[in-house]
Design a binder for this molecule. Structure first.
Ligand SMILES: Nc1nc2c(ncn2[C@@H]2O[C@H](COP(=O)(O)OP(=O)(O)OP(=O)(O)O)[C@@H](O)[C@H]2O)c(=O)[nH]1
Ligand SMILES: [Mg+2]
Length: 561
């Protein structure tokens, strides 16, 4: 069940509304009862809805930010008597910067005001949303005292919960801890809104900050035991070996070696709406320190530096490391005046280029290009999703593969014999895949002891590129044996050398940049300037070497791409 977080100014009726909806009082601390105010995160649920209730008071804004982490739906509560107040605005800024998908507005305390006042507040709220470019899909007038509007609110929240529950995830599990406590007889329990893949009972996890390991002894979701915690839901994990001294809010539980821990990242920047509205011409951000970074439930002192002397991307350095991936959202609050100034999306969790040169985009191709050859496990962590190897255990961007291949071919032609022990691990694997190269006793050579591979046809096909001779005019037996040896690929009496096919990588890359949904036969003909007679066999042979795969009438990257 996806999580719904409350938001809104102090005393506007968030906790009362949650209690009226669920029958559970989210304010569980004695101090909260005494002061009539939410101080810490509260939790409540029904069979179909799961809530995190946040404090509205400005002093507890950090707690509010931790509460909205990882949620897809927010319930923005506005008191119909008081209307919009400073934390209505700041909380909405935060929801926007965190890109919470759905924002439902509840006007509360309808019993304490007039219909005219509610109409006026409704139109004011509509215009506040419109000016921010937000669509106000749901505004519901409620009263926790009379029960008005509660059924309608439940129906809307239930429908949205169902709508977002299908979100898939490609990253390994990550739990930003928001509460730690002990239960007599059970030991330490941590709670949070789970990100990434599910966690199972018995899983071994580590605290990212200390690398201390622990085991999940039990899982509870919404008060009931469960063998598994599902992504984007609330979960409570009963963990071994760690006391409440060892793990705190802001700590992160992950599987060992499954995330890249970093103290720096490059990111896109978005200025908070209300800050931007006040001073749209000057950026509220300055290179240097004085910021608090919020990611998940973690909060760290940070310094920033704009990239490329621009204002749209920046490098953020912070104290202590966190397990992060591209796409993670974050907030920056200015420590001097304690204002939420900006937020953004992480683009690179291991920036290498200098800030004056860095140009991150966040997509897989550019991350890989930036880092050269990488072990698949490292690349998966930097990209934040599984990547396929180019050669066993290693991955690189197409341009890098092309450059390495060219460098290896040049080396082979220069020195005729290459001692593969002198090569990098990925070069050793790549050189072995080049056709017409044999490796004997650790020495790579062009040509081979196999007379078939020195047959003049091999050179003919190599030098003719994609305008190859019709195989009908050639000795069928030799062609058949060259196909069998993986040197040639053939379709409809047209054959291509495998180096020629692999040499088309840059052209294919260009085609997919122009046609991300797949390129057609005529796109291929146009790009390479070839006839239909050659284009169909060529595309079919590209499918055979798995550089492409055919889907309907178009080609998409294949498993060897
Ligand atoms: N008349 C009326 N009063 C309400 C209603 N709901 C809440 N209140 C009152 O508003 C006050 C604040 O309610 P809470 O639910 O604690 O507000 P909150 O938004 O959770 O406050 P914080 O968590 O401290 O930000 C309490 O005195 C409630 O009794 C309502 O529907 N009608
Ligand atoms: Mg409250």
């Amino acid at each position: 069940m996806t999580v719904i977080a409350t938001a809104g100014h102090v005393d506007h009726g968030k906790s009362s509304l949650i209690q009226a909806l669920t029958g559970i009082d989210p304010d569980r601390l004695a101090e909260e009862k005494r002061r009539g105010m939410t101080i810490d995160l509260g939790f409540a649920h029904t069979d179909t809805l799961s809530f995190v209730d946040v404090p509205g008071h400005i002093d507890f804004l950090n707690t509010m930010v931790a509460g909205v982490h990882g949620v897809d739906i927010a319930l923005l509560v506005i008191d119909s008597v008081e209307g919009w107040k400073p934390q209505t605005v700041e909380h909405l800024d935060i929801l926007m910067l965190m890109q919470v998908q759905h924002i439902v507005v509840a006007l509360t305390k309808a019993d304490a005001t007039t219909a005219d006042a509610i109409d006026a507040l409704t139109s004011h709220t509509q215009s506040e949303f419109a000016v921010r470019g937000l669509t106000l899909r749901h505004l519901i007038v409620t009263s926790a005292h009379t029960g008005a509007g509660l059924d309608e609110l439940r129906t809307v929240l239930h429908a949205l919960t169902k709508e977002v529950s299908a979100t898939s995830t490609t990253s390994p599990p990550r739990l930003f801890v928001d509460r730690v406590f002990t239960i007599a007889g059970a030991g330490t329990v941590v709670t949070g809104t789970l990100g990434g893949a599910p966690i199972h009972e018995g899983d071994e996890l580590v605290v990212a900050r200390t690398q201390e390991s622990t085991k999940v002894r039990g899982i509870q979701q919404h008060g009931a035991s469960s063998g598994i915690a599902l992504p984007r839901t609330r979960c409570a994990l009963n963990i071994t070996h760690l006391s409440t001294e060892d793990i705190h809010r802001g700590d992160v539980l992950v599987q060992e070696n499954s995330w890249h821990n970093t103290e720096v990242f490059d990111a896109s920047v978005e200025i908070a709406f209300s800050v931007h509205a006040k001073a749209s011409t000057t950026s509220p951000l300055r290179n240097g320190g004085g910021y608090t970074l919020h990611i998940g439930t973690a909060r760290r002192a940070a310094t920033i530096r704009f990239l490329n002397n621009g204002t749209t991307t920046m490098r953020v350095r912070f104290t202590g490391s966190l397990p992060l991936i591209p796409g993670d959202r974050f907030l920056l609050r200015r420590t001097g005046d304690d204002i939420t100034v900006a937020g953004g999306s992480i683009l690179d969790v291991k920036p290498i280029a200098r800030t004056t040169r860095a140009n991150p985009t966040g997509n897989e191709a550019s991350i890989l290009k930036h880092h050269g050859w990488l072990p698949v496990a490292d690349a998966t962590q930097l990209v934040g999703a599984p990547v396929s190897p180019i050669v066993e255990g290693w991955v690189a961007a197409p341009e890098t593969v092309q450059a390495t291949t060219e460098a290896l071919l040049a080396l082979l032609h220069e020195s005729t014999e290459v001692d593969i022990a002198q090569l990098q691990a990925w070069e050793r694997l790549l050189i072995a895949t080049l056709s017409n190269v044999t490796i004997t006793r650790g020495i790579a050579r062009v040509g081979s002891d196999n007379p078939l591979l020195s047959h003049p046809y091999v050179q003919t096909f190599l030098s003719s590129g994609i305008s190859t001779p019709d195989t009908k005019t050639l000795d069928r037996d030799i062609i058949r044996r060259l196909i069998h040896a993986g040197v040639l690929y053939e379709h409809d009496n047209i054959a291509f050398h495998s180096d020629t096919l692999h040499g088309l990588r840059p052209a294919l890359q260009k085609l997919w940049q122009q046609h991300p949904q797949g390129f057609s036969m005529s796109h291929l003909r146009e790009e390479l300037g070839i006839t239909r007679k050659h284009a169909v066999p060529l595309a079919t042979c590209l499918d055979k070497v798995a550089l492409t795969r055919r889907v309907g009438d178009v080609r998409l990257p294949g498993s060897s791409w």
